[in-house]
Write a protein that binds this ligand. Structure first.
Ligand SMILES: [Zn+2]
Ligand SMILES: [Zn+2]
Length: 306
């Protein structure tokens, strides 16, 4: 005898009925890797627990991966436009990319006085990152301005970047761009990338990345992106709030201050994703606020600002 339950009609519920507090807008993460924004008067059709369809006046999304109610207006995809805009106005731009520094962690570090230099640059914008919130995917979106649906980088193994990064665009127009990385080139583009290894074998490559970046500044690049990894590494191992990880964020703040002192251009400090606590350590890649919200801090004319 068949004991299953057959629904006679497809159930339609209003999105707002699922919320604890009323919302005006929602960000919808689609299965294809897009992030779409719509009014919160959307409705959800529940065909089965695993097959939702979201309908609003402007969008229809089958099997959405998740929603953010009243999302921040900023997103990781804004960073590419911010770099382009400044460089087109003849300004030099440095991006300090702090892997794993989620918005909540940044606010706590700021409150505790762990990141005095970065917090002196100005108020952070709270921004949404893309899904899955992992390095390869978010980095590609950061420097192309496109969601994973358009970059083609949707998971760690994807290597076919389907659009230009700002570095490729600028290099073609004769500008000098440099990416300073750890021992692996993460971005699958043709950008000029300087790789570094843990020369002093202290288990951290960021000190070498910092030294290497100072050397690169002598070449007066038009755009330089410096990717610090150590907060993410320690947050995985000891937890995002651990003294070990927080102390490292303080070190990165100090390096950022020294870089700014050697830079007569604009500076953008941002992250790719945050981390949530998991077991004794931390992890990311989930649909949760700790992973999905990042800070973006815009500073202008660094040397003159001091
Ligand atoms: Zn990362
Ligand atoms: Zn990580």
């Amino acid at each position: 005898m068949n004991r299953g339950i057959v629904y006679q009609s497809r159930k339609m519920v209003s999105f707002s009925s699922l919320l604890d507090a009323p919302a005006r807008r929602i960000a919808v993460y689609s299965e294809e890797g897009d992030v779409l924004y719509t009014d919160a008067d959307a409705r959800l059709q529940i065909n089965s627990p695993r097959s939702l369809v979201l309908y609003s006046k402007t969008i229809e999304v089958k099997k959405p991966l998740g929603f953010v109610a009243d999302p921040p207006s900023a997103a990781i995809t804004d960073i590419a436009g911010a770099i382009l805009d400044r460089a087109e106005r003849g300004r030099r731009v440095m991006v300090v990319y702090i892997d794993g520094m989620g918005y909540e962690i940044y606010e706590i570090a700021k409150e505790k006085g762990i990141v005095p230099f970065i917090s002196s640059m100005g108020e952070p914008q709270k921004a949404l990152t893309v899904f899955p919130p992992i390095t390869d995917v978010a980095f590609s979106s950061m420097v192309t301005g496109k969601t994973p649906a358009h970059t083609g980088i949707k998971s760690r193994g994807d290597s076919n970047l389907k659009c230009d990064t700002v570095f490729e665009t600028f290099s073609r127009s004769g500008k000098r761009c440099t990416v300073v990385e750890g021992h692996i080139k993460i971005l699958k583009d043709d950008s000029n990338t300087v790789l570094n290894i843990d020369e002093n074998k202290d288990g951290i490559i960021d000190d070498e990345i910092f030294d290497s970046s100072l050397k690169q500044l002598k070449n007066r690049p038009d755009v330089i992106l410096i990717h610090f990894h150590s907060y993410d590494e320690l947050a995985h191992k000891y937890g995002p709030h651990s003294p070990e990880a927080m102390k490292q964020l303080g070190k990165i703040d100090g390096w950022t201050k020294q870089l700014a002192g050697n830079w007569d251009g604009d500076m953008i400090v941002a992250a790719d994703h945050g981390l949530h606590e998991e077991g004794q350590g931390g992890n990311h890649g989930s649909f949760c606020p700790e992973d999905l919200f990042i800070p973006i801090i815009y500073g202008s004319n660094m040397r003159a600002a001091k």
